[in-house]
Each structure stands twice: as structure tokens, then as C-alpha cells.
Design a protein around this ligand. Structure first.
Ligand code: SF4
Ligand code: SF4
Length: 167
């Protein structure tokens, strides 16, 4: 009986394989497609390259609490904190991330850093073209991750703060 059952299972599996073998092939026309995505398509929930977000005033949301680095199972987030001063304000809290690096040689895109962040400062963007033969270029710095102030509608930010941010 077991031989008959096994043969039936194999026949069922092979029938599915043969049926699928003659279906039209669906492929993404990447990178030769049209538009900025060059033919690539992905779901909204796709976890791509991280983005460091700003608040409605253009200040950085990251307050250098290190919770994302602590949650990261790959130990690929490196942060150096600094204090805001009366003359130079980068975030709305006492501290900001003077250095914020993510090593994409090690990141597994698990999203734990995003979940751990109390200020929604770090999110996953949709950037996906990260492959490189140069491992050094896969260590992204804050300047590579921070969203541009110009992306915010109605941003209220002094030229001095913006210059400090982009320095
Ligand atoms: S996505 Fe995961 S592995 Fe990548 S930086 Fe965040 S916590 Fe670390
Ligand atoms: S990104 Fe979020 S969790 Fe990480 S240091 Fe900044 S505020 Fe803290």
C-alpha cells in the first residue's frame, strides 16, 4: 500500500511540474525597463536601504539612543553621539547622531532596528541596488542615509542648521 501511495504522490508532484513547465514565463524586465525603477517592481513592504528621517521642522529624528544598534543581530550599526548646543541644533532632543554608519556587508534587512527605534528615525526605504565589488562602499554613512531637507513640505529650518546637517 505504501508503494502505491508513494507512486501517487510522485505522479501528483510530476503533474504539477509538467503543468507549470508549459506556463508562460514571467520575468521582470530589469534593468532594461522604463522609468526610474528600470523595470523593477516590488511590494510596498519591501525592506531596502535604510533612511534616516527628519521631523516636520527638518530636524533629525535620531536622538542617538543606540537602541537600534543594540537590537541589531548583525552588529552592523555604528553610532557616535553628540550634544546639541544653543547655536547648533541638529535634533529636537539633547543629543543627535554625529556619526551613523550601517555596514551593508553585514546587514540582513531583518528590520529589528526599525522596530526598536522610539522616534521612527530609521526606516527602510526602497533602495535596492546595493551590490558592489568594493566592500568599503557598502559601509553607508549618515550622509548616505539621511533624507534631504528639501523632501519635506513646509520645512522650517535655518540655513545654519541646514549647513551643519549637510557638512
Ligand atoms: S535591518 Fe537588521 S541587520 Fe540590518 S541594520 Fe537593521 S537590525 Fe541590523
Ligand atoms: S535611529 Fe532611532 S533607535 Fe537608533 S539611535 Fe537613532 S533614535 Fe535611537
Amino acid at each position: 500500500m505504501s508503494i502505491i501511495r508513494d507512486a501517487a504522490a510522485i505522479a501528483k508532484g510530476m503533474s504539477i511540474t509538467l503543468k507549470e513547465a508549459f506556463q508562460p514565463t514571467e520575468v521582470e524586465n530589469y534593468p532594461d525597463g522604463k522609468g526610474p525603477m528600470r523595470g523593477a517592481q516590488f511590494q510596498e513592504r519591501f525592506r531596502g536601504k535604510h533612511e534616516l528621517q527628519r521631523d516636520e521642522n527638518g530636524l533629525e529624528k535620531c536622538v542617538a539612543c543606540f537602541l537600534c544598534a543594540a537590537a541589531c543581530p548583525s552588529n552592523c550599526i555604528y553610532i557616535e553621539a553628540a550634544e546639541n548646543t544653543e547655536t547648533t541644533r541638529i535634533s529636537s532632543a539633547d543629543r543627535y547622531a554625529k556619526v551613523y554608519n550601517i555596514d551593508y556587508n553585514r546587514c540582513i534587512f531583518c528590520g529589528y532596528c526599525v522596530e526598536a527605534c522610539p522616534t521612527d528615525a530609521i526606516t527602510h526605504g526602497h533602495g535596492f541596488e546595493l551590490a558592489s565589488l568594493n566592500a568599503t562602499s557598502l559601509v553607508m554613512r549618515k550622509e548616505d542615509l539621511l533624507v534631504s531637507p528639501s523632501k519635506l513640505a513646509g520645512t522650517v529650518q535655518s540655513k545654519k542648521d541646514e549647513a551643519a546637517v549637510l557638512a
